[in-house]
Design a protein around this ligand. Sequence first.
Ligand SMILES: [Zn+2]
Length: 457
Amino acid sequence: MLSTKFFYIKLIAVLLMCFSVVVFGQSAIEKKRALMSKQETKGKRPGKNQDEQGIIHPDFTIGLMSSSDIQGTFKAGQNKQEVKGRLNLDLMTSPELLERGVIEGRDVTLALFGVDYTKIAAKRANGKNTGAIGFSAAKSDGPISFKVDRTSGIISATIAGTVDNAVLSDYAREGAKDPRGFNDFIPVPFQRATLDLQIMLDEPLSAKAPRRAAKKKGFVSYKLNVRSSKQPQISGYTIAAKFPFIFDLYPYLLVEVGRNLCVQPVQILEKVTDPDPTGDYLAVGMTGADTEWNKADVTFTVRPFKQVVNPAWKVASSSERAAIRASVEDDDCIEMFFVENHDPVDLSGGGAAWGGGTATSQIVTSDGNNNGIDNTHLAHELGHVLGLHHPWETGSASMPPASYGTLLCGSGWMNDNPQVNSQENKDLLSNPLLQFTLKKVSATVDCNDSTDCGPTC
Ligand SMILES: [Zn+2]
């Protein structure tokens, strides 16, 4: 809108100049041009990386990363509990932005483990009464903006976002049966929250790009304010703490943040001595997931199989999936349940994910995908776990739509998802259980976004 308006102003100015050539001759044009250039610079003071409209396009040169074990005091009314967890920060800036006291955040998440759900909600019918709470920053508002206080050097932000837990995941809104697999993502409700974050470094950040990665010590203090939920009924609460903290400062153009997600495969046994438990699709499914997500600097840590004994679940119908999901719930790892087959076999296109981009996301899939065709199916479901919606969906604050033409396109049963991943998917993905590390920059995504990955699914 602004640029269109600007174009018309320029167009009128050009027409005026042409008119003045005819009427007043060359010297009037020179005067007009001088006047215009004076007016354009007045009050704008264009600096480095600033376009003619004064908008700054920062070339980030300074990266700040942390993936730290943290503590927290969980408070709900009169109830209190000490909990542990992890805070993930992926921030960047430049000398120009630091001069203006600005740091941008690409990803900020918080995960707390072992939280006593009975302090905030009724006892669950299935599943554990303690578990994870995950916070994700809203993605719809663009990058998260941090401020650097000039005198104290304190880096701070108040971040709007959403919180998940296993009580909320019990209220999954199961869609209608869709054999083509477009209902393979099953949303769960969340609670709205804000995270107040303050970082105090022992020494202030120097306004120079670092040559190599270095550790910066300091303190972090945070307060997560979670609003109450009506359905299911969960009261509001806070989690807060202040503790010593280490930041990795790194040269943004040479080093980047790699992210690792823990996944917990679960196999189903007919009886304790079952010689043929489920899980045949794990190896093929993870090969596809590694291939596609390594392109976006995401790796997976696959824990050894956990086992569940239940003869009824080897062939699972839609109505059995809630109980299957409740049978294993790890606080710090994403469960992937393998049934032998679904009933019908093409239920959800072979498998589904519950909750997107959350600490309590889960996958139920089937060994039926081990058919030589659906090799990227598990990679697609893990895409939902990493917080990406189908490209054609509107998405939400916590779950933006992925790029068209990529593996987040639905494919359905016996039809593989595209073996394509994008820079946009890499930039948008998030999950509170991801652990960050630094790695050398490597560009291996196939394309940027919907414009060059493929216009459709
Ligand atoms: Zn899907």
